[in-house]
Design a protein. Sequence first.
Length: 117
Amino acid sequence: QVQLVESGGGLVQAGGSLRLSCAASTSISSLYALGWYRQASGDERELVAAFFDDETATYADNVKGRFAISKDNGTNTMYLQMNSLKPEDTAVYYCYIRRTWSTPNVWGQGTQVTVSS
């Protein structure tokens, strides 16, 4: 069974930075999609950043220019560098992978990010 283990969350002041990591127990090369979602309390889960099969990074409008997604196929780890953090970035962040367009997402356990004002 594939496992995704996230780390790097925590409490940071507004304007600060955090780097999230997601280690996969399977190869992350040649996947249909992989990336990060987040879910704030009382809200639906939303896509933050992802790679799709053309290797192009996609970002939510509200994080463009502040967040950067990257991956290391050699260590099967993906990252989310978050800069200029805002209180509205506070959420549980989940990494995910999807092998093909027809298979379901595999999720990590989530890591809490809290940005204080």
